[in-house]
Design a protein around this ligand. Structure first.
Ligand SMILES: Cc1cc2nc3c(=O)[nH]c(=O)nc-3n(C[C@H](O)[C@H](O)[C@H](O)COP(=O)(O)O)c2cc1C
Length: 205
């Protein structure tokens, strides 16, 4: 029996089982499960605290100068980085909120993008310290965000690409259900199109 692939799934929607992005991420898991055995760890990002002042002080201090106290944001950050480090693949289930990532996902990014820990500053710019691995991103948006009929900017995908590249994660794959607010039959069509994209991606040529 092969060792299961360790998948870390981040859940950014606050809508629980009704979440469209969570449903889409399940299809990504189904695509992966057709080829591998999986060990999935879910993190509900809506429970995360924001970066607080002690955390900001620690980030601005010399490496190792501030010890993480039990229950501190710094300790939570260390735990989130360890979970990310341990994973073979990352799966992010996220809605678009105001053209970009929801604040819950932004809070996770603030916890894992850490100087001297997950990236180093160099004269040439920031250099990521984590090993690269596939990152699947399941996005749900109320309106369209791709193609000639989109009527809003999409800062979500380019932002996530830039933020994760900072720590060394560059192998991103996006799947989207776009136009969840447009009602039927557009929603069913958007779901079918996203499902076809996932199936096509995970089916060997
Ligand atoms: C605070 C908030 C902001 C939103 N901003 C956008 C937006 O900028 N563009 C968009 O297309 N949809 C926007 N939406 C709609 C969600 O992206 C859409 O309902 C999505 O399907 C929700 O996914 P979920 O079910 O996984 O939470 C917003 C929803 C909320 C609650």
């Amino acid at each position: 029996m092969s060792t299961p692939l360790r998948i870390l799934r981040l859940i950014a929607s606050s809508r629980g089982a009704d979440s469209e992005s969570l449903r889409l991420s399940q299809q990504v898991l189904d695509g992966l499960a057709a080829r591998h055995s999986l060990a999935v760890q879910d993190i509900d990002l809506n429970d995360l605290p924001h970066a607080d002042s002690a955390y900001a002080v620690a980030l601005a201090s010399a490496p190792g100068a501030v010890q993480a106290e039990a229950g501190s944001t710094l300790q939570r950050s260390a735990e989130l980085i360890r979970q990310l480090d341990d994973a073979d693949m990352l799966l992010i289930a996220t809605p678009m909120h105001n053209y970009t990532v929801p604040s819950a996902l932004k809070a996770w990014i603030d916890h894992i993008v850490r100087i001297h820990v997950t990236f180093n500053g160099t004269p040439q710019g920031k250099v990521g310290l984590l090993r690269d691995r596939p990152v699947y991103v399941a996005i749900a948006s109320g309106g369209l965000i791709s193609g000639e009929h989109a009527r809003q900017p999409d800062f979500l995908r380019p932002y996530l690409q830039a933020a994760l590249a900072t720590v060394g994660l560059r192998d991103l794959h996006f799947f989207c259900v776009e136009g969840t607010a447009r009602g039927e039959p557009a929603l069913s069509e958007a779901r079918a199109s996203a499902h076809a994209a996932i199936t096509g991606f995970f089916t060997p040529a």
